[in-house]
Write a protein that binds this ligand. Structure first.
Ligand code: NDP
Ligand code: 2IT
Length: 445
């Protein structure tokens, strides 16, 4: 790594002790910024990198709530408003017991560059709570969301900070939070959250956008190599929002998805995952993926299995951070995998990324490959601002155009900076330069 960058990285480690995921996300970006420092030395003079690594604002608050038996619980919630050089803070809320400041900061940091890559007027932020939604009743989820919003509302605004969903936060939770915001403020401000229901300010295609976008990005990577998704065997980790719609689009484009998973185990169905079954189990009944066997006797369930052991042409990690390590990457390469696109945020460990790059397979990092979700959130904000709602087809075409553009920008930036075919370099540098230029123009902020 460039010596100046290494010094800044040491400072980041010192200022943010114990936040290992944040360190990992920063290091991955720094490892690609050398050529930028050489080309634009004045960015170092005005300390753009140090500023980008320090969130503009970090909010941590208590969320007390009562379960159905009347017992009181206390959770901790976060909103890290990372960078607003390009627009209001934008990024999801995650409810998962593993959430702590280091996770939210890694996600917020990634979000800054991802949002810049979309070319849309959105800054970067992220939030969430260590609340575990698993096994909770609807009323418990509602009371938790209401309690969280009772503090969060004062930090939001269509021109200030606009959250959305992430792990454990979908349409149901966004509804409860929007209702509480409206009640507290006595204002119907559609623009303060995205991922809303279609009847009350949501956008068509937002639910599908991250998964669809990741597959559009895969299609572009394959196209650049004279290939396509037609008849490709695909493996998708997870079975949540991103995974489900990645499976849907992959099937639409002629691929066959043979496996998906949740944190308990994996389902392998060689004749193709039946998506209606997955939607029913996950979106309606909120059960474990093992229930798939009740509907398809010819499928296989492996409790605690490793999905990356299943031979495939294309792998789409759509579950969580660091779910694919160096050993998994070597297995995929050995089994003939030609493309990996990250629907999840930072799912591949640094060692895994190195294996993919050494093997020269098409590897699309999350910042680029999963940007379709937040981009469609920005389309929802546009519709809200103009009190309009667009058709499914029109919105999907906008999403696809955005993904084609992100791919093109990453591809060309990688070539310009001497690493052809390296989408990590392309995404990091392209996103970084957009944010850095805006910060430079705005003076010392
Ligand atoms: P969901 O909560 O809908 O689904 C998450 C899925 O990942 C579930 O199947 C879950 O299984 C699995 N999972 C979560 N944690 C683990 C773990 N520790 N080990 C194994 N599996 C796990 O979330 P999303 O689909 O929305 O998010 C998935 C990923 O995509 C995340 O990385 C998120 O940050 C990223 N992302 C999401 C966007 C969005 O628009 N929703 C946009 C861009 C990125 P289980 O139910 O067993 O926990
Ligand atoms: O990681 C992400 O990009 C998201 N969870 C979606 C953020 C958003 O504001 O739509």
């Amino acid at each position: 790594m460039d010596q100046k960058l290494d010094g800044i990285y040491q400072e980041v480690l010192h200022r943010n002790p114990g936040e290992v995921e944040f360190h990992q996300a920063v290091l991955e970006v720094f490892e690609t910024l050398g050529p930028v420092m050489a080309k634009y030395p004045h960015f170092a003079d005005i300390k753009i990198i140090q500023r980008i690594c320090e969130p503009e604002r970090q909010i941590i608050f208590r969320v007390p709530w009562q379960d159905d038996t009347g017992e009181i619980h206390i959770n901790r919630a976060f909103r890290v408003e990372f960078n607003s050089a390009l627009g209001p803070y934008k990024g999801g809320l995650r409810f998962h017991p593993s959430v702590y400041l280091g996770i939210i900061k890694f996600l917020g940091f990634e979000q800054v560059f991802k949002n810049a890559l979309t070319g849309m007027p959105i800054g970067g932020g992220k939030g969430g709570s260590d609340f575990d939604p698993k096994g909770k009743s609807d009323s418990e989820i509602m009371r938790f969301c209401q309690s969280l919003m009772t503090e969060l509302y004062r930090h939001l605004g269509e021109h200030t900070d606009v959250p959305a969903g992430d792990i454990g936060v979908g349409g149901r939770e966004i509804g409860y939070m929007f209702g509480q915001y409206k009640r507290i403020t006595n204002r119907y401000e559609s623009g303060i959250l995205t991922g809303k229901g279609l009847e009350w300010g949501g956008s068509l295609v937002r639910t599908e956008a991250t998964g669809y976008g990741a597959v559009f990005f895969t299609q572009e990577m394959l196209k650049a190599r004279g290939d396509s998704l037609e008849d490709k065997k695909v493996v998708v980790s997870g079975s949540g929002n991103v995974a489900i719609y990645a499976i849907e689009k992959a099937h639409e484009l002629g691929a066959i998805v043979i496996a998906c998973s949740d944190s308990s185990g994996i389902i392998v169905h060689e004749k193709g995952i039946d998506l209606d079954t997955v939607k029913r189990i996950k979106e309606v009944e909120r059960r474990r993926i093992s229930a798939y066997l009740e509907f398809h006797k010819d499928a296989r369930y492996v409790e605690g299995g490793n999905i990356w052991d299943i031979p495939c042409d294309v792998a789409l990690p759509c579950a969580t951070q660091n779910e694919l390590n160096g050993k998994d990457a070597r297995t995929l390469v050995k089994n003939g995998c030609i493309a990996v696109a990250e629907g999840a945020n930072m799912p591949t460990t640094p060692e895994g990324i190195q294996v993919f790059q050494d093997a020269k397979l098409a590897y699309g990092p999350g910042k680029a490959a999963n940007a379709g979700g937040v981009a469609t959130s920005a389309l929802e904000m546009q519709q809200n601002a103009s009190r309009d709602s667009w058709s499914f087809d029109y919105t999907q075409v906008r999403l696809q155009d955005i993904m084609i553009n992100i791919h093109k920008n990453c591809f060309e930036t990688a070539e310009e900076f001497g690493s052809p075919g390296n989408y990590v370099v392309g995404a990091n540098i392209n996103g970084f330069i957009r944010v850095a230029r805006a910060m430079e123009a705005m003076g010392l902020i």
